[in-house]
Design a protein around this ligand. Structure first.
Ligand code: DQA
Length: 149
């Protein structure tokens, strides 16, 4: 079964209480539950992890590259300034794996500092602005692009 690691960056563990007018009322546990259902329906073995720590996120990307695991990455605020995360994400895609960058909100419709992503240039693709549906479409994209695996 195709394995997918969903990696969520800083403050995403606070979903439900964090700026619900932007990120919605559902919690990170709700996200874990629903992506598990979507993964099962798509025939994907999905694991979700969340950390506020840049080094931990980098380590998980190394692990995914070495274990040949596709990645759905919401780098959260690190999107906008972390070259370390970019370099780690590049190791996933340069290994021939799929890495989809996702965002709940649409960063391009928000403050200007959110308009630049260090990750997009090394990601397979980016899906943003659709709430939890961004993750659903990322899983669909991995399933479709990996049918030949
Ligand atoms: C986010 C967008 C980022 O700009 C922000 O820092 C986040 C969440 C999103 O999912 O919409 O923490 O990645």
């Amino acid at each position: 079964m195709t394995r997918v690691l969903i990696i969520n960056g800083p403050n995403l563990g606070r979903l439900g209480v964090r700026e619900p007018e932007i990120y919605g009322a559902d919690t990170h546990d709700d996200l874990v539950a629903v992506v598990g259902e979507w993964g099962s329906a798509l025939g994907l073995d999905v694991e979700v992890r969340q950390s506020d720590d840049e080094a931990t996120l980098v380590g998980w990307l190394h692990e995914a590259a070495d274990a040949r695991t596709h990645v759905v990455l919401n780098p959260a605020a690190f999107t906008h300034y972390s070259y370390a995360l970019r370099d780690a994400a590049a190791q996933v895609t340069s290994a021939g794996l799929t890495l989809i960058e996702v965002h709940l909100s649409n960063p391009h419709a928000r403050e200007s500092f959110r308009h630049h992503s260090t990750i997009s240039g090394v990601a397979t693709g980016t899906i943003a602005g659709l709430g939890f549906t961004s993750y659903h479409l990322a899983l669909e994209a991995i399933r479709v692009s990996r049918l030949e695996d």
